[in-house]
Design a protein around this ligand. Structure first.
Ligand SMILES: [Zn+2]
Ligand SMILES: [Zn+2]
Length: 178
């Protein structure tokens, strides 16, 4: 899983959105998640599993009747993830049912996916610092759709971050090479 270079708007480097930080690798700046929570306020970042040298986002998942743990890359725009189980026999577009690994609260919500052909009406919600700041992602496995909702910064800037997408695609089990 190689990190691809995406230009981060200067304004975000100077004033990173709540829950984000700038991480430098090989003299390139990336946005990464610094704080993210379930709806009950449990921090989902774990340093026990690192992806690209940063803590990953841990959630409990059920996918096609298989229960396990999913670790998600905290680099914004990356879709790299690690499963605690072998994901090879799971449909590419299966529904991911997510819950908090600490309190078990469901992270599911209604969602209208904007990716052509996906048609998902279900999403997963993550909470950023601040009462109204959230990340919404499509609940279909391998669908890159996500929406960022941040109250304190102008809407067009939020859209600019939301559109950072499509890099580091890849799915590995925990023993994968990353
Ligand atoms: Zn929780
Ligand atoms: Zn989708």
């Amino acid at each position: 899983m190689k990190l691809e270079k995406i230009e981060i708007p200067e304004i975000f480097k100077r004033n990173t959105p709540p829950g984000f930080k700038v991480v430098t690798r090989d003299e390139h700046d990336y946005l990464a998640i610094e704080a993210i929570f379930c709806r009950h306020g449990h921090s989902l970042l774990v340093s026990s599993v690192q992806i690209h040298g940063e803590p990953s986002i841990k959630i409990d998942v059920t996918i096609e009747n298989t229960r396990g743990v999913l670790f998600i890359d905290s680099f914004w725009g990356s879709h790299s993830k690690l499963f605690s189980f072998f994901p090879g026999f799971i449909d590419n577009h299966a529904l991911v049912e997510a819950s908090c690994p600490f309190c078990g609260v469901s992270m599911m919500e209604p969602y209208t996916c904007d990716i052509e052909g996906c048609n998902s009406d279900t999403g997963i919600v993550f909470y950023l610092p601040g009462e109204h700041n959230r990340v919404h992602v499509c609940a279909k496995l391998n669908c890159p759709s996500h929406q960022l909702e941040i109250i304190d910064i102008p809407n067009d800037l939020v859209k600019a971050i939301s559109h950072i997408n499509f890099f580091g695609e890849g799915t590995d089990d925990l023993f994968g090479d990353f």
